[in-house]
Design a protein around this ligand. Sequence first.
Ligand code: GDP
Length: 298
Amino acid sequence: RVGWMDRLKTGLKRTGSSISTVFIGTQIDDALYEDLETALLMADAGVPATEFLLQDLKRRVKEVRATDTAQVKGLLRDAVADMLAPLERPLVVGVYHPTVIMVSGVNGAGKTTSIGKLTKHLADAGASVLLAAADTFRAAAREQLAVWADRTQVEIITQQGADPSAVAFDAVGAGRARRKDVVLIDTAGRLPTQKHLMEELTKIRRVVTKADITAPHEVLLVIDGNTGQNALAQVKAFDAAAPLTGLIVTKLDGTAKGGVLCAIAREKPVPVYFIGVGERLEDLQTFKAREFAEALVG
Ligand code: GDP
């Protein structure tokens, strides 16, 4: 079986190989930096992160008096790893009882799948989980979440047609009454442009706080690694509706370019708790800046 690191590497291969191509020559000159700039922009790193990385790399090159391009490539890996390091943080549960986690995202980002994976991850770590389907509108969404609940053997709370924030409120109470370690609230998929739905997210958050003054303890956004620079816009918009505490970046096993994590690190840093590297329950991995940088730089 192919390991997840290999799948991450395969996913980011195109980015890795176009960055690697930059270092084929032997000269450390302006042309090298220009090609690197293009490769980083093509990888969705965005202008601010690209400029920062180039400056940082030049400084490192000078500092160690690098003489060959392979060495420069190694320094780029270091620069990317250092840039991404602040995003590497573990999701901590067990401080609050229950730990209340809200999960949001645009449709198709991989939210439902990620909730299933996260449930398994938490259950494997010994935590009891209560799922709350606060997507009360779409029957298919509730059913899909119920399938994941069944697969991971956890209880689920849902109420067809109810107000999403009412379901979230009840779930927090039920989580406390049933002594669950974690209450995981799935919210309906929405687009940042859907103003009323973004306001609904703000409302769910507010109502969750009514149920437990310390909650929500985590507000997660699931983003599709293939979304490119738009992922950054999503992070900003969802954060404005309900301040984010963490991200799950999915589909990094596919054709994702991956550079958007640099853009997020530079422009709107939010911890990346997990990355999705496949469709199975096991395919959720904790984010490691160094490993990611190595896959990205090739
Ligand atoms: P939602 O609309 O955000 O709830 O998205 P879903 O969870 O239904 O996922 C949409 C599609 O993406 C499904 O076909 C999932 O199997 C797939 N998917 C989710 N995460 C990953 C991942 O990390 N890798 C791959 N290859 N596919 C994924």
